[in-house]
Design a protein around this ligand. Sequence first.
Ligand SMILES: Cc1ncc(COP(=O)(O)O)c(C=O)c1O
Length: 389
Amino acid sequence: MKLVKKPEVKPLRPEFSSGPCAKRLGWDFGNVVKRAFLGRSHRASGSKYQIKKLIDLTKEILEIPESYKVGLVPASNTGAFEMAMWSLLGKLPVDIFAWENFGLAWANDIIQQLKIEDYRLIEEDYGLLPEITKLRDGCDICFTWNGTTSGVRVPNADWIPHNRDGLVLCDATSAVFGQKIDWKKLDAITFSWQKAMGGEAAHGMLVLSPKAIERLENYNPDRPLPKVFRLVKGGKLIEEIFSGETINTPSMLCIADALDSLEWLQSLGGINVAISRADANFKTLQCWLDEQDWIENLVGVGAHRSNTSVCLKIVDKDFLNLSNEKQRGFIKYFVALLESEDVAYDVSGHREAPPGLRIWCGVTIENKDLCDLLPWLKWAFESSKIALE
Ligand SMILES: Cc1ncc(COP(=O)(O)O)c(C=O)c1O
């Protein structure tokens, strides 16, 4: 048993959670409060102008095609994605690609709740990407661009042919601002602010292609839709949702905060710089992993490895000899130790994933913090082994 010397330098910011993720360095609550329309109606002209500005800036930074609409909707990414599924699905068969907790949640919605009869579920285990090229023509597709709980992402959207008949619904919540999204291949895309933007939770963003809008205006699904899901009135898209009016009351504080994040992303240099920062963080972590004999990326195929939600598995033989329950107990101790030293918060893998770690590497993470964290991982692992012997 090796006793590893306790590192001396701690990361300045130990927030490595995969959601809500770290705020950007220099984030200041006072600056957010100052610009927030607090105590004001969200329908006042200043509030609506701010929401519209947020929509426009989102579109600009993410390079979303001009013809696409961007709206702010309730209930975070889940609300946005379920709104899309409930409003759009049912006309055509559905191919669902799922490889971790969130993709499987959408699959469950489609099969158990929406009861779409003609569906195919193409799934894979944690760490693997399913056969995405197996998609059928003439059907809608649902998938998660970056599986936050397994650290597996699609490398691109080349597998989706141009000019298909069906719609492509994509949960992109842990991919936006970290990976290049091929918007033209997608029709309904959703995300929330608390991941790469380091924003606050509870609001969702819904991006719709002209093809999705056409479906909304011409297909009336035979199911009740709650008010918070309704995007169409009298057979026409409710345009106001995409220009500053919201379905119900949003938090003007969260909106001011999201705008603050977007302006920071813009000041960095936009989407390409945001992606490079995530890539550089991922590279730092992966290079270190390549030198370790006790821990690896959960994802074997390089092109499928997430650069935002990086999931790790322990391959130390003593750890592998433990029962699943004991492995989970070990991880619990390990991450609590990191937390007690204030070097890493919330880095346990998702409860549905195999026991392991998950370290957020998105744009708001400073590379120096990640570098300073790495020796602590080794120290905490060896210390946990000794303590739990
Ligand atoms: C890929 C993905 N989908 C959905 C969700 C749920 O998002 P929210 O909590 O914003 O509704 C998450 C949250 O981590 C996620 O990572």
